[in-house]
Design a binder for this molecule. Sequence first.
Ligand code: IPM
Ligand code: MN
Length: 372
Amino acid sequence: MKYSIAVIPGDGIGPEVTNQAKKALDAVAEIYDHVFLYKEAQMGACAIDATGNPLPEETIEICKKADAILFGAIGDPKYNDPSLKIRPEQGLLNLRQELDLFCNINPVRAYDQLIKNSPLRREIIKGTDIVIFREITGGIYFGKKEVSKDGKSAFDVCSYTVAQISRITHLAFKAAQSRKNKVTLIDKSNVLETSRLWRKTVTEIAKQYKDVELEHLYADNAAMKLILNPKKFDVILTENFIGDIISDEASVISGSIGLLASSSIGNENALFAPVHGTFPEAKGKDIANPLASILSAAMMLEHLGLHEEANAIERAVEKSLDLNITTEDIKGKNKYAAPTSKVGDFIADYILNQQDSNLNFKNIHMGQSTII
Ligand code: IPM
Ligand code: MN
């Protein structure tokens, strides 16, 4: 089959990790006889530099026409000045709105091979398998915001509608039905009106899913429970801002944020991206972990209905972990870390050759040449 993929490498390490995901996709295309037609588009700091706009019209058009969007990362320290009116992150936020990508799905599982890397104890995290459903087109991110003329006060309005809450709630409950039949709604309904609307709406919808248990947690308490006992969670459902924080916190459980992939789904379009950011210190150094981007490509294939193909990528990633062909951040006690590009080469090579992989593992470990 032929698929058109919009590729938005973005900023920082975005381009280098996205390149590794493309290598994995190209290997899949070869083995399973598909064609992935990439159409590259700009967004973020690089787009501001080139066009003055963090989300050029052309990018929106390319994304709308594509079967799926593969995205890297966004942001640049040179745009951190709070007085700036145009910021790279607006590109991603506007794209979420333009394409109505309301549902951010963020799976978190503890890879056995990486448990040693987590600052949390093995017995706490082993066996963790959570998926976070985060609403990303509403809430405080998108409400009216203003700074007073004298610059001495500011506000951001948080608002949600029942319709916005309902559509993601159904997706979360359906997901729970094919998992461990539990949804935890995380809110701050002891304080916030929007949270009370979430609680009321979700409780009502839950009645349609009698086989799914609904649990309520306040965000502060949930943040604590998530690292005290992550195994208690199955599907987490939450609003935009709380979800942003909870997702990063949950990444600690996996052993590295460098492994977390996410999808942002709308009714017409879907975007796949690593959870990690731009890691500016690593930009261009060939040291960033490409696995989150590669696993995002696997999620994309899953979304396109290419299950076997997605599985081939996941198996290659597992293999790279088994063999310690990993970047600096997760190399553990290994003496040598593999460069970003070599991890990508290995994944692609393993997909192409499977058991007959012609990689010279020994050389990889010695940090020398890689593929022979
Ligand atoms: C994320 C990111 C974004 C967010 C930023 C880059 C705007 O942190 O996807 O979680 O806050 O949603
Ligand atoms: Mn975030």
